[in-house]
Design a binder for this molecule. Structure first.
Ligand code: PLP
Length: 400
């Protein structure tokens, strides 16, 4: 008896919201013997590397590199600016705001959490009210997640700066761009962001393991007044090192740097505006398909208003447990891996949620493949959905 064909064989597609698909050129750049860390090419390439990172962040200021993930960047940013007992304000519209708040609490900060649920962005008026009520200026920083990868909500960081300025509050504005950098438009200096944290495994298209803290002079001045900063997290020698080892407080993440060099070359060859426009076009194609599927049955995008959606990740739901059934089916039968729902539901309800990652090294045929795979799964599992989704997506990618 012959088995049915397994259509999962072939090149798989990891469509989770990070780590993202890595370009072959990045992988090839990393495929080499260990370089000398005391002299030579690796050392020589650092000034251009940091400059090109700052061009992605749209800042003229400083960057410190850490061997670590996004959590490390959270801790690094806080360790340089927030002393035990300081207050921080954390507006939340998803799982990752709670994560950063928890990190701050772990370092001894007092956290004021402003909860906005999981389906709409920050209400800037409530942030302004909280800052206005803080007449003693005890709040030292606002920790704002630009794109919360769990809910796929994109919040307006520039509007927070305006609210802070309107009430003359001196707190630092810190932004988490771990899911958004290199995907959604972000302008560190123009938006008045003092500290920005990100990591390399999403829009920057490099394997997980390095993260970055960008900071301006206001944040540098706060750092200078800190009673104590751990040697390891201190951003001062990392951003302005006397010797190569100080960039990393020890051995360099050698192969990450080669991969990152190529990824930055790819980003800047395309152009930041073009990178953002590509993400927008592909995201619009996904949303067009989702709107059609949602015209019948239970599929829904988490964020109703396109103006508040990330262009790098889309959170969705079906009726539980169909989200998990769909993920399992497309992985087992098509080699397509979708993201799990993160922090969106408890118990059985968590099986309703799933996510599409569309960040970094993605193009039109990959997105059509993703959508075709999902449509195939919906059909195979008899999950009710509207028809014509791929047509709608194709029209957007074709220029609609
Ligand atoms: C918005 C956001 N912040 C923070 C993190 C934590 O980063 P990491 O998992 O690399 O520690 C993530 C991870 O996905 C994220 O998406």
């Amino acid at each position: 008896m012959s088995l049915p064909p397994n259509t999962a064989h072939g090149r798989g597609y990891l469509a989770i919201p990070g780590p993202s698909v890595m370009p072959d050129a990045v992988l090839q750049a990393m495929h080499r013997a260990s370089p000398n860390i005391y002299a030579g090419a690796l050392i020589d390439m650092m000034p251009d590397l940091t400059r090109d990172l700052c061009r992605v962040a749209r800042t003229q200021h400083d960057v410190a590199i850490y061997i670590g993930n996004g959590h490390a960047a959270w801790e690094a940013a806080l360790s340089n600016t927030i002393a035990p007992g300081d207050r921080v304000l954390v507006p939340s519209c998803g799982h990752f705001a709670h994560g950063w708040a928890d990190m701050a609490e772990g370092l001894g900060a007092q956290v004021d959490l402003l909860e906005f649920g999981k389906q709409s962005p920050f209400d800037v008026n409530r942030i302004a009210e909280a800052l206005q009520a803080d007449t003693a200026h005890e709040i030292k920083a606002v920790l704002a997640v630009h794109v919360d990868t769990s809910s796929s909500i994109r919040s307006d960081i520039a509007a927070i700066r305006k609210a802070m300025d309107d009430v003359n509050h001196p707190a630092l504005l810190m932004a988490d761009c771990i899911a958004s950098l290199g995907c959604d438009t972000f302008e560190m200096d123009a938006w008045g962001v003092d500290v920005m944290v990100t990591a390399c495994q999403k829009g920057l298209m490099v394997p997980a393991g390095t993260s970055f803290v960008f900071f301006n002079d206001r944040a540098g001045a706060v750092r200078a007044k800190m009673p104590r900063v751990s040697r390891y997290w201190d951003w001062v020698p990392r951003a302005n090192p006397d010797g190569f080892w100080q960039y990393f407080n020890g051995t360099a993440p050698t192969h990450h740097l080669y991969g990152l060099r190529v990824a930055l070359d790819m980003i800047h060859a395309e152009g930041m505006e073009q990178v953002w426009a590509r993400h927008r076009r592909l995201a619009r194609a996904i949303w067009a398909a989702c709107d059609v599927w949602a015209s019948k049955g239970g599929l829904r995008m988490n964020v109703a208003d396109p103006a508040h959606r990330s262009t790098a990740v889309t959170s969705l739901r079906l009726d539980a447990p169909d989200g998990t059934r769909l993920r399992d089916w497309v992985e087992d039968n098509l080699g397509l891996t979708l993201g799990i729902g993160l922090g969106m539901g408890e118990g059985r309800e968590s099986d309703a949620f799933f996510r599409f990652g569309h960040m970094g090294h993605v193009n039109g045929q990959m997105i059509m493949g993703l959508l075709g795979g999902v449509e195939t799964g919906l059909c195979a599992l008899d999950i009710e959905h509207g028809t014509g989704a791929l047509d709608a997506a194709a029209k957007v990618i074709a220029g609609g």
